[in-house]
Design a protein around this ligand. Structure first.
Ligand code: SF4
Length: 318
């Protein structure tokens, strides 16, 4: 398994706009603030954190839907950070996105067949007859009958709409799918079906996923490795088993303590600090039970503590 995609010290800030005087900046939301990780061929990297921690911005930046402010995005060994739209056509075909709300990615006036075919037309794939065959195959792949071709989005359930969203993403035979909360808008029973589908597609088609979610159960079900994000930073990253059985970062430990069956639930005190002015030193120090003298002064680095287990916390550094 080789490295498929990589982020190196990636930063993405969102401007809060200008004040009365145009030169007067109101500040910046440091949504992604120096993040590094890689995704291997055929693996699912789960990205988890509280709402507002920057995980969706990180997904959109990896897909170049948002331009990074600094750092690098490497895809299949190629630096694509500064490539412009015309040089990114091959990348747009290889990396697709699945959204939280499938309705937002489906045109209500288009039939399901036209909607999936549109994705094929955009990428210049097949003639009319071949595309009709491809649409049928894609519907079957995502577990829908071919008579769905003539239906409209409003005639379908949320789960069926998400299957169409997945079929559209699969239309161009991607290698990597960035899935941003793809099941959080669905009923619990349907969530499991969509997760099973994504998992089967991964095995059958050799897909890799960057799977973004706030729900730990979902992350545990789908991921091979897990990255924990807090206030614009990845604070812990390891194999799924290692994260769930041996979490090290105090934030991860608190998050996991909320899972059903855990005895000592750790309630995090205080609000998540603002990403406009994140705390000095370790960003988690304002809510951390373990903090000590240097935590509010020196920012820890994300370091490999054990093979493949990275933690950003002074407790584990010499
Ligand atoms: Fe807590 Fe300090 Fe570790 Fe931050 S560096 S998580 S404040 S112990």
């Amino acid at each position: 398994m080789g490295i498929l995609a990589e982020a190196i010290d990636l930063k993405k800030y969102h401007s809060l706009g200008t004040g009365f005087l145009f030169s007067e900046k109101k500040g910046e939301i440091k949504a992604v603030d120096g993040v590094s990780f890689s995704i291997q061929d055929g693996e699912t990297l789960g990205l988890v954190g509280e709402s507002g921690c920057g995980k969706s911005t990180l997904g959109r930046t990896m897909l170049k839907l948002e331009e990074p402010d600094s750092g690098k995005i490497i895809y299949r060994g190629r630096d694509i950070t500064h490539l412009k739209k015309n040089d990114l056509k091959w990348f747009r075909k290889e990396v697709q996105m699945i959204f939280q709300d499938p309705r937002s990615s489906l045109d209500p006036r288009m039939t399901v067949g036209d909607s999936i075919e549109e994705a094929l037309i955009i990428h210049g794939m097949g003639n009319e007859e071949e595309r009709a065959e491809m649409v049928e195959e894609l519907l079957l792949k995502v577990g829908l009958e071919t008579d769905f071709m003539t239906r409209y989005p409003h005639e379908m359930s949320g789960g069926q709409q998400q299957r169409i969203g997945i079929a559209r993403a699969l239309a161009v035979s991607p290698k990597l799918i960035i899935a941003d909360e793809p099941v959080s808008a669905l009923d619990v029973s349907v969530q499991a079906q969509i997760l099973n589908l994504l998992s089967d597609l991964k095995s059958n088609l050799g897909l890799a996923y960057l799977f973004i979610a706030h729900n730990l159960w979902v992350i545990r079900y789908i991921s091979d490795r897990v990255a924990i994000m807090y206030l614009g930073k990845i604070v812990e990253l390891a194999e799924k088993k290692e994260i769930f059985e041996n979490p090290l970062h105090p934030y991860t430990i608190a998050l996991l303590s909320s899972l059903p069956g855990k005895k000592n639930r750790i309630l995090l005190k205080g609000e998540v600090p603002s990403p406009v002015n994140p705390p000095q030193g370790c960003r988690f120090h304002t809510r951390c039970k373990e903090r000590f003298n240097i935590c509010d002064k020196i920012e820890p680095e994300l370091r490999e503590i054990r093979k493949g287990h990275f933690v950003m916390c002074h407790l584990y550094h010499d």
